[in-house]
Design a protein around this ligand. Sequence first.
Ligand code: PXP
Length: 247
Amino acid sequence: MSLLLGVNVDHVATLRQARYALLPDSPNAEPCPLQGSLDAIAGGADSITIHVRGDRRHMQEADAFRIKQAIHVPLNLEMGVTAEMIDIALRLQPTFVCLVPETREEVTTEGGLDVLSRRREVGDCIRLMQQSGIRVSLFIDPEMEQVRCAAELGAEMIELHTGCFGNATATTIDAEISRLREASIKGHEIGLQVNAGHGIHYQNCRLLEEVPHLSEYNIGHSIVSRAMRVGMEQAVREMKALMSQYP
Ligand code: PXP
């Protein structure tokens, strides 16, 4: 199967909120995250990813429901493991959810979810989602114990956190790729679908060809940034072209 691309459109909403935080539903509120999603799909996005954060800094609940209703590709809801987000997910019924750590101060998701220390609540959340027919991915650091624990808790998928890979320098990049390689091989071996996300951009994307068994990338910032120059459709098309080289 070819490598799939989930386009994270949160930052379309980030720009809208910069001006219209108090009026996100105004007819003048732009840019529109739903239109961004439709343009991404036109460019070849295989799924749309959104993160409704506790502080609503970009996506609003209404965006999530609008996007869910209008798109014909899978919707991936990134969510913190909180009662509020569980309630939204159960009402929204995305195709899958990706459980992420979430703190108020962070600029973006920093570090993977520590499923080892949060076994009980993560396990409970996985069961609630699955009972409702929603598949579950866990956003984790590329560490063996986290991968094993994700499988023990019954998740179908993991998303390997590629943030350190994205920030790597010439001296650290090989070590970061090795960590991702080992985690991906282990995940695949124990029956998990292995995805990757965070900090993937047009320049580093092909380095991930060294990591086997990847099913899907979730990419936001670099695609939305590129879209400002060439439009969303073309930005997605260019990323898909790079990804088509994945072995
Ligand atoms: N995957 C997860 C779990 C994330 O939290 C994010 C950031 O919202 C991404 C992927 C996309 O990361 P980026 O914007 O760096 O491409």
